[in-house]
Design a protein around this ligand. Structure first.
Ligand code: AMP
Ligand code: MG
Length: 341
């Protein structure tokens, strides 16, 4: 896969150095670094990175290589992937990365009372979301498939993933977030201090902008084009799951790709989009999918108990509910309901 855009924004400018600070929320006066922006297609989405620093271009190249490698491990449709082998044989040795992501997903299954369930895959496939050939499954087929949906029966020990008969897994709910975390690690290894990666709507920020101010990250309006709010972000992942991302319509009813493992139906919790903000992309990605299934009340309870994330919920009735910390990141929080701890 080739980088689609090369050298956009490659620029070197100079500001007189007066003192160098690093980290979030601090003004930095220093030489403005070279920057490099590049995009490529991977994980079924367009990935775009803007990176500052002398080695920005090779760093973006290394990020691309790593994301392609991870896609080769996690893809549910690629016959050479590890996930494909797990699903075909029900028992397979896997890499550190696949084992780590499966373990995280299983933990998040516990944390969300099964709202995140990687074994929901056969149901997702039956609805046609894997191949893009959409259909409404009949209830008999769904109940037969649901009998094999239970993440707690997946084994993940010593580099092996084992599945009970009839079960299959899909890491699609958290793979982009995991890839984003690896991308940030790679940038750090390359000495990069400032960068922003957009993995098809999953945003991951390394540091702030080179001038020390925060990145501006827009949150998609689930009811139309464009953003409905802008967040000030530094060193965080911002991940949204929404009913507008992948769906089809029949007789005026919309059916989307996030499935409630309890019913086998597209989750109708009253949430149109759930945005989760936190330190880890994989965690936020898994959680945004789960919160979409859980709905407002359960999400609010989890937020109070956890302390590890912030969230923005856009409800289907148009109301916006944000956690305290997310409210503080919003440029304009007028008209939104802020929930306090
Ligand atoms: P995301 O776009 O991150 O919210 O993830 C949605 C993807 O995760 C879907 O395309 C399915 O492949 C998969 N998925 C759907 N529902 C669930 C669920 N309840 N638990 C785990 N994975 C799911
Ligand atoms: Mg997700």
């Amino acid at each position: 896969m080739k980088l689609l855009k090369k050298n956009i924004g490659k620029a070197a400018a100079v500001i007189i150095a007066a003192g160098i600070f690093s980290g979030c929320g601090r003004v930095r006066n220093e030489l403005i670094f070279e920057s490099y922006s590049g995009g490529f297609i991977a994980m079924d989405t367009y990935i775009f990175a803007t990176v500052y620093g002398e080695d920005a271009e090779p760093a973006v190249g290394a990020v691309k290589e790593e994301i392609m490698r991870l896609e080769g491990l996690f893809s549910v449709t690629d016959e050479n992937s590890e996930v494909f082998a797990v699903n075909r044989y029900g028992d397979a040795e896997v890499s550190f990365e696949t084992a780590e992501l499966v373990r995280l997903a299983l933990e998040m299954g516990d944390m969300t009372e099964g709202s995140l369930d990687i074994t929901v895959y056969p149901v997702v496939r039956e609805w046609g979301f894997t191949a893009g050939e959409y259909k409404i499954p009949d209830s008999g087929t769904l109940s037969a498939l649901l009998r094999n949906v239970d993440y707690s029966r997946v084994g993940a020990e010593e580099g092996r993933i084992t599945l009970p008969d009839g079960a299959m897994i899909d890491l699609g709910a958290a793979a982009k977030g995991y890839a984003g975390d690896r991308a940030i690690e790679i940038l750090k290894e390359k000495g990069v201090k400032s960068g922003l990666i957009n993995l098809g709507g999953n945003i991951q920020a390394l540091g702030g902008k080179p001038d020390g101010t925060d990145w501006s990250v827009g949150v998609q309006d689930p009811f139309g084009d464009g953003y409905f709010c802008v967040l000030n972000v530094c060193d965080k992942a911002v991940v949204t799951s929404g009913n507008y991302e992948r769906y089809f319509e029949r007789d005026g009813i919309r059916y989307w790709h996030i499935i409630d493992p309890a019913s086998g139906q597209p989750a109708r919790s009253g949430i149109a989009s759930a945005t989760v903000i936190g330190d880890s992309g994989a965690f936020c990605d898994a959680l945004s999918t789960a919160i979409f299934v859980m709905g407002r009340d359960r999400a609010e309870k989890l937020w109070r108990e956890s302390g590890e994330f912030e969230m923005i919920l856009v409800l289907e009735n148009g109301e916006v509910v944000v956690s305290e910390g997310a409210g503080e990141m919003m440029r304009d929080a007028e008209g939104v309901e802020v929930i306090a701890r």
